[in-house]
Ligand binder design. Sequence first.
Ligand code: COA
Length: 170
Amino acid sequence: MSIKFERKAALYPGSFDPITNGHLDIIKRALNIFDYLVIAVAVNTDKKTLFTKEERIELITGAVRDLDGVEVTSFTGLTAEFAKSKGVKAIVRGLRMVSDFEYEFQMALMNRKLMPEADTIFLMPSEKYTYLSSSLIKDIGKYNGKIECFLPPNVVEALGKKFQIKNYRG
Ligand code: COA
């Protein structure tokens, strides 16, 4: 007799400025576990962003267009409150290396305090993305460095336009 398990929805919050293949890797891993993933651009972080909220949403939407069971949106305010409003009880975060741990651990425990019914699930990206970050990519991109292996094609194009680089190497 086979047992049918009910799978659930999760929230993947982040700045996504811009989305990288590392984020995509986490999204695909999350979709192996959850039926539905809400990918949400956090708007009011202290980070000064290169891409506007609308651009970040558009870039994520383009990057995940072949994936089923995803919703791309944005939120202001607390992640925990947004998770509650979505009826989601799992928050997905990527852990790239040990240096991510302290900040993520603190955030996970605080989010659990704010929303005791939810837990943070940490997923490790493929090793080839562990040293990747959106800031590094933007820095390399600004000087026309090669970044195509780190980004979805639509993001490579958008970065080229942002930096107004002709014949972008991406
Ligand atoms: N692959 C590649 N890069 C990755 C990655 C992965 N799998 N996972 C994380 N990163 C990088 C990002 O590119 C980003 O790089 P950057 O700093 O150079 O831009 C960095 O890791 C962290 O980014 P991100 O995952 O987007 O997290 P964040 O720290 O920018 O945002 C929030 C974290 C949005 C979840 C958090 O600030 C938040 O919850 N804000 C809402 C307010 C709130 O609830 N505060 C209380 C929290 S307890």
